[in-house]
Design a protein around this ligand. Structure first.
Ligand code: ASP
Ligand code: MG
Length: 449
């Protein structure tokens, strides 16, 4: 069994759905279960419609309606009734929101669930019309049970048993289930969502729980790249990475797979293959457990990423000298204001840390000001080199030589003992140049040798 997941852009219109159907058809022998996102930007359009209902009291589902009805027509499908019923339910929900002018997180989840519920019915309808034994399913009917943390629900442990109980008999019966990504239900039977981009998690959860051979995540890029192609024109797909490396890459801006999405497969060792639906023959990137021996034989660096709009906070206090509890005190202040810290570096009398510039630090500054002197510097970027930290001396030497060569001053460095990334801070304005230069050093030269 394999799990195949297609994101919004892969099922954006009739032509894309035909193409996806071909990909599915070519792997019928591998017994696929398919997970789909909402078509194109439907999730955003649903949220915009909700906003309009909330603020202007207007019900307008024209974007969503048009996309889905023209797609059905273009694919010549007989699922109009099912789709019309869902669109009707959606319009009624929006009327409710327009009337009471309230949009709770719970209602929001119910609202955005329509995107995936629509897309799977259309895709399954088309697959059936070309002779595939496909059937549309809402994930909550196939064991997706979550907590009630609306808009970012977590799947409950029970899902690990429920999902295979429901899905494996379908697979054995040669049904190709076309399953909604992103959504679940809580124990009360209310629809929940797993957070934006949550369809990847739906797919990896099915693959892990059903012990599938692999999960294929079909995107519109050739896999995980050695750098952001907008910055580095000749960025190349990486053949294979470990789950940990992929998680670091995702966090630092290589938006290929959300770290959360990797978790189920990390537990079971199920390989995740990132493939390009626009370039089927490209091998893609395999995310899998790799034995240390192999890791050591690979080139030292997998990829280079950067994250901009970072604020650097420098906290200096002589009270820290030989004291205990100072760091705890500092971090508890950030925690109280729900501020997520990314990088940390400490010395005997100071701690430097980074966070997203979007956070408001007014209150934090006041509170920390009572115990230390604090300096806030905006306009920074984190450059991260993800690779084999066992070869960190080599990586650091080469990276810093490159920075020195292009005249960029490294302002803070962090490297964990067991982590797979080495990160450092430069000015935002220097980030792209730094990534480019590092890419030349670690990848282009390698090719020439
Ligand atoms: N449709 C949802 C979103 O746009 C879930 C997903 O695509 O993964 O966030
Ligand atoms: Mg989407």
């Amino acid at each position: 069994m394999v799990v195949m997941k297609f994101g919004g852009s892969s099922v954006a219109d009739a032509a894309r759905i035909r193409h996806v159907a071909d990909i599915i058809k070519s792997q019928l022998l591998r017994k696929p279960a398919v997970v789909l996102s909402a078509m194109g930007d439907t999730t955003d359009h649903l949220l915009e419609a909700a906003d309009k209902a909330l603020k202007e009291g207007k019900v307008d589902i024209s974007d969503v309606e048009k996309l889905h009805t023209t797609t059905i027509k273009a694919l010549k499908l007989g699922v109009q009734k099912e789709i019309a019923a869902l669109l009707d339910e959606l319009a009624r929900l929006l009327s409710g929101i327009a009337l009471i002018r309230e949009l709770t997180p719970r209602t929001k989840d119910y609202l955005v669930s329509f995107g995936e519920r629509l897309s799977v019915r259309i895709a399954a309808g088309y697959l059936k019309s070309i002779g595939v034994n496909a059937k549309a399913f809402d994930a909550f009917d196939l064991g997706f049970l979550s907590d009630s943390n609306y808009t970012k629900a977590e799947l409950l442990k029970e899902s690990w048993d429920l999902i295979p109980q429901k899905i494996l008999p379908l697979i054995k019966g040669n049904v190709v289930p076309i399953i909604t990504g992103f959504i679940a239900k809580d124990e009360k039977g209310t629809i929940t969502t797993l957070g934006r981009g949550g369809s990847d998690l739906s797919a990896t959860m099915i693959a892990a729980a059903c012990k599938a051979d692999e999960v294929q995540v079909w995107k519109d890029v050739d896999g995980i790249l050695t750098a952001d192609p907008r910055i580095v024109k000749n960025a190349k797909p990486v053949e294979s990475v470990t789950y940990e490396e992929a998680a670091e890459l995702a966090y630092f801006g290589a938006q290929v797979l959300h770290p959360r999405a990797m978790q189920p497969c990390m537990k079971t060792g199920t390989p995740v293959v990132v493939k390009n639906s626009y370039n089927i023959d490209a091998p893609g990137t395999r995310i899998e457990p790799v034995a240390a021996g192999i890791v050591n034989k690979r080139p030292p660096v997998r990829a280079i990423t950067s994250r901009q709009k970072i604020t650097l906070v420098d906290i200096v206090s002589t009270r820290m000298l030989g004291q205990y509890g100072f760091l705890a005190e500092v971090f508890s202040v950030f925690a109280r204001y729900n501020i997520s810290i990314d990088m940390v570096a400490t010395s005997e009398v100071s701690v430097s840390l980074t966070l997203d510039t979007a956070y408001d630090l007014t209150e934090v500054k006041k509170e920390l000001g009572k115990i230390a002197s604090i300096e806030v510097k905006t306009g920074k970027a984190i450059v991260s080199i993800v690779g084999n930290v066992k070869r960190s001396s080599e990586i650091l030497a080469r990276a810093f030589r490159t920075c020195q060569f292009i005249g960029v001053t490294v302002q803070m460095v962090s490297q964990g003992a067991s982590k797979v990334n080495i990160s450092f801070i430069v000015n935002d304005t220097e980030a792209a140049e730094t990534v480019k230069a590092l890419h030349i050093d670690f990848f282009d030269k390698l090719e020439r040798n």
